[in-house]
Design a protein around this ligand. Sequence first.
Ligand code: EPS
Length: 408
Amino acid sequence: MLRRLSVQTSGESHGRVMLAQLTGFPAGLSIDVEFVDAFMRRRQGGFGRSARQSIERDRVDILSGVYQGATSGAPLALAVWNQDDSLPDKPPFTRPRPGHADLAGAQKYDVVDMRPILERASARETAARVAAGAVAANLLRELGVELLGHVVALGRVDVPAPRGWGDLPALQRRRDRSPFFSLSPAADKRLEQEVLAARGAGDTLGGVFEVRAFGVPPGLGSLDGFDSRLEARLGGALLSIPAIKAVEVGDGWSGARLRGSAVHDPVGPPGEAGPTRTSNRAGGVEGGMSNGEALVVRAAMKPIATLSRPLASWDYATGEASEAFYERSDVTAVPAAAVVGEAMTALVLADALLEKTGGDTLREVRGAIERHRRAVARRFGARGRPAAGHGARRKGSPAAGAKKPRKP
Ligand code: EPS
């Protein structure tokens, strides 16, 4: 799903380190470590997390790829050191948890002790990708693209949307004050009751998060190939987050039940920066490309698979029916998943943007994106003049450059 950047993560949940290697990143960005660490702290937060998060102090430790305070263009190695590195002392476990990777992984690797499967499948892996995604978000911010990830549903409780999206810093502050990373203080009380009720029943909760990206230039992604389409890349990235089972772009699910006239976004008069639309149900993507509107994606997370009142399972060591294995776990991690979603969206957008602009340095990338934005404003904006010649054509005249097909 990434075409210019590449990210690899490694590390076990209770091993020494969670590591991300990020390559293809331009030179010349002074990484704002406080900005990256704020992502790391947010990922650890949210009501319903387990005691593990009070043990860990996730911070990014940049091991390579930075010279004299700025990225050098070399691969970045980003380390998040584990405080709980007790893997060597962990007992074997042989009673798979339904919904987790345990049984599928045991069959894949032909092992009965599923400990190494759990260790790698744990959502702690997302600490490493958030480190990489936050660096990508840092680059995007430099280029005028800002993200907002927030929770829109938890269990049976829906969070109402805010009145508008105009004041992004205020929305980000509101989200950061909410223990659920929601945009509705009024909904938080109901969300808390929902989580406490699930915890009381020894159960867990899923939910839905949304990521919005503002300032996305038009023309990211491509209509040319099935794997270059922006939705495909976003969908792959979001579905790669542990426990995510469904993704929508814009009003994907609800739009499927409506007529076209209620779904597609009419074109308004040209604005300062380019075309305008009177709605954004497409979520900022048409034909596999960003269209200049805000990007809107949502992802559905299943409830955490580790239950304190475990489901029926089988002990593959003793060959007897047994309850599934239980170790401490979260009741819900949807707020944290919203942060991971923001990080994955940042990676896809930064990747698509670099693909569009090319460039080895931040200066080259910035120059190219500014030229592209100016070109869009000139051709499609309020102060632009309809182009004569290339790309424009008068009524009745043949398309620019069109030639009569030659007879065979
Ligand atoms: C997580 C750390 C883990 C879990 C959670 C994610 O810590 P531990 O297993 O030591 O309690 O809290 O992982 C899961 C819920 C899961 O199902 O894998 C983290 O840092 O995000």
